[in-house]
Design a binder for this molecule. Sequence first.
Ligand SMILES: C[S@@+](CC[C@H](N)C(=O)[O-])C[C@H]1O[C@@H](n2cnc3c(N)ncnc32)[C@H](O)[C@@H]1O
Length: 282
Amino acid sequence: MQIHEGLRQARQALHTAGLSDEAARDAEWLACHALSLDRASLLARLRDDWPSPESHHAFMTLIARRCAREPMAYIVGEHDFCGRIFEVGPGVLIPRPETELLIDEALRRLPRHKDTRVIDIGTGSGCLAITIACERPRAQVSATDISADALRIARRNANRHHAEVAWHDGALFAGATGHWDLIVSNPPYIAERDRATLMPDVVHYEPPQALFAGAEGLDVIAGLIAGAPTALAVGGTLLMEMGTGQDRAVAALVHAQPSLRLEDVRPDQQGIPRMVIAVRTA
Ligand SMILES: C[S@@+](CC[C@H](N)C(=O)[O-])C[C@H]1O[C@@H](n2cnc3c(N)ncnc32)[C@H](O)[C@@H]1O
């Protein structure tokens, strides 16, 4: 069978599974993955035969996983974040584009030629901690997570990118002591009651502890804000992502801390308030 015929079968299977919008893209991407080819090389070989019946079978197995709504990033085992490729798999959240906002702001606030201390709470794949460590080599970067699986993958990502990060297994600051110039976090923030509204790709595959945080989705956020005044150095900053419609509740949590000043709430590309910036004043 020629490669283009296999692609046509795959597109058809994806259409039937309700993935019409992404059928062509996902079929090509998974063929590239199965054949270890880049897209240009795949397109140049469409009239070639599949190298073996096994290679075609392996490709159709990947297509079946996608038809069952497994996210592409888990199938190919990696995902791009801020221009670097991170290993991902069951056990870690797939990094989202809106989280890159935290990196833009973190890098603006961290001088290139100054020693600083940074902690990433709920590191997942390590995408925030590792990107900061790579971009600001003088920063001393720590990261925490309650998930041993996530920390295992984060460590591998740090090796891949030659980043030095101190990893801590545990909740919130997880015993990582000292005063931080920057706390960065994309915590779980989905309300339990919103579970039914999530896409099957998310709710059936991504780890629940990376998604859900209590009835209102604010449990981890509240813990972070309560811990920030003692964890931050004076003048230090908390940069945190939050969920749709949580901006007022999060602002109230910040205002309840006398030594935190709410500096800004920034929108994502859709105009949804997404990132809170709070500074320790005293
Ligand atoms: C939304 S994911 C973010 C992962 C990564 N930072 C990113 O942006 O892709 C949240 C992460 O926080 C971890 N987590 C959940 N509750 C936590 C807690 N109380 N303390 C520390 N980490 C927590 C989860 O295991 C998960 O890896």
